[in-house]
Design a protein around this ligand. Structure first.
Ligand SMILES: NC(=O)C1=CN([C@@H]2O[C@H](COP(=O)(O)OP(=O)(O)OC[C@H]3O[C@@H](n4cnc5c(N)ncnc54)[C@H](OP(=O)(O)O)[C@@H]3O)[C@@H](O)[C@H]2O)C=CC1
Ligand SMILES: CC(C)=CCC[C@@H](C)[C@H]1CC[C@H]2C3=C(CC[C@]12C)[C@@]1(C)CCC(=O)C[C@@H]1CC3
Length: 345
């Protein structure tokens, strides 16, 4: 009988390694002596010693060479939430994740770490110090969330000690940091268009924003603790900064640091949510003849006007997780990294 060659446990692959989180993860892994291969639909940078494999993760034949000899795979690819394209989310997040699991099994990968999202339990209603045992959202607000739920279930259910294939899911929330293409750029764009004058609701809602290096740290801890006898197999873990902050204080701090005025006037949450829902329905009905993307989607309004912060006690206990960068320092480093987004730049 042929014996399977055990790949080195410092050899890993990062699917989605050209993206915001993926690239930070790759850079840290390389710093820590891992040999990394990146799989992504695009190549956004180069690093000495890094192998890039370009392709669509839905294509198993394209994926296999990237996973060859890897004992560990991080899956952090997803279409951007802003695309709101149901067919694309289903194809990449659900079918594509099945393909990733299949390819891992075929390539003899032993550990799969998925980047899920804390939003898998968010339905637009307040979540205060949410634990991992909250039920998945029964009525997810958007297709992104709907398909992230299915993706997480697929990965966790694939955990199989008999097959020597272990899985774990990391659920970050509100990732921010240098090179983030979403949070600060959307915020500044909204401010530049003169639409950042209003606070939705009373402005006291608490939210988790997580500095990207803490998310990376959580992923690596999960990978390094994923062993056949460990309690983390097949489980999800919240990874946050563990410093819930008022959504509008966070937004204001970033805006002011970049030279823009903080929002001051209050609008009732229910009114703005209703308008966002109406706009979204209109955009769906008119899609065949007119394509427009509203800034104020129901999901965004819900994120801006409700409490949604999560406990990371389970990660502390099982993974020894502790944020490595505070919120204050994270904000400073993020703002400094966007000189081109400063007012007047
Ligand atoms: N950012 C956040 O606040 C949060 C993110 N997450 C999760 O973290 C992960 C990483 O997010 P983030 O770094 O922000 O996202 P990015 O969009 O920056 O990175 C995702 C990467 O995956 C690539 N990709 C998309 N589709 C495919 C495909 N079919 N085949 C191969 N590669 C593909 C993207 O390419 P392209 O850009 O061309 O589409 C991109 O390079 C995602 O799973 C996301 O759901 C969870 C919670 C919060
Ligand atoms: C905590 C968390 C999950 C954050 C996710 C990041 C984005 C969804 C946010 C980043 C910038 C935010 C933003 C708004 C909604 C949520 C974000 C897109 C608004 C559109 C909310 C309504 C406004 O008044 C303008 C805001 C601009 C920034």
């Amino acid at each position: 009988m042929a014996t399977r060659v055990r790949p080195s446990n410092k050899r890993c692959a990062v699917i989605g390694g050209s993206g915001f989180l993926g690239r930070h993860l790759v850079e840290t892994l390389v710093d820590r002596g891992y040999s990394v291969s990146v799989f992504d639909i695009r190549q956004s940078y180069e690093l000495p010693g890094l192998t890039f494999h370009l392709g669509d993760l839905c294509d198993e034949q394209a994926l296999l060479p990237a996973l060859k000899n890897a004992s560990l795979v991080f899956h952090c690819a997803s279409p951007a939430p802003a695309s709101d394209d149901r067919e694309l989310f289903e194809r990449v997040n659900i079918q594509g994740t099945r393909t990733v699991i299949q390819a891992c099994l075929e390539a003899g990968v032993q550990k799969l770490v998925l980047t899920s999202s804390a939003s898998v339990v968010f339905e637009g209603k307040d979540i205060k110090n949410g634990q991992e045992d909250l039920p998945y959202a029964g009525k997810p607000i958007d297709y992104y969330t709907e398909t992230k739920i299915e993706q997480e279930k697929l990965v966790l259910q694939a955990c199989d000690r008999e097959k020597d294939f272990l899985t774990v899911a990391i659920r970050p929330h509100g990732i921010f940091g240098p090179r983030d293409p979403q949070l600060v750029p959307i915020l500044v764009d909204t401010a530049r268009r003169g639409k950042m004058k209003f606070i939705i609701g009373d402005g006291t809602n608490l939210v988790d924003f997580t500095f990207v290096e803490n998310v990376v740290h959580g992923h690596i801890l999960a990978a390094e603790n994923l062993r056949p006898n460990s309690p983390i197999c097949g489980k999800p873990y919240h990874i946050t900064n563990d410093e819930p902050v008022r959504f509008w204080d966070f937004m204001s701090e970033v805006l002011v640091a970049l030279g823009y005025a903080a929002p001051r006037f209050h609008l009732p949450y229910i009114l703005v949510y209703g308008l966002a829902l109406l706009l979204w329905l209109l955009s769906m009905i008119l899609r065949p003849v007119l394509s427009f993307k509203p800034t104020f989607t129901p999901m965004r309004v819900a994120l801006a006007g409700t409490h949604h912060y999560y406990s990371c006690d389970r990660a502390k206990q099982d993974l020894g997780y502790k944020p490595v960068v505070s919120l204050k320092e994270g904000i400073q480093r993020t703002v400094q990294s966007y000189p081109h987004l400063r007012k007047g730049a």
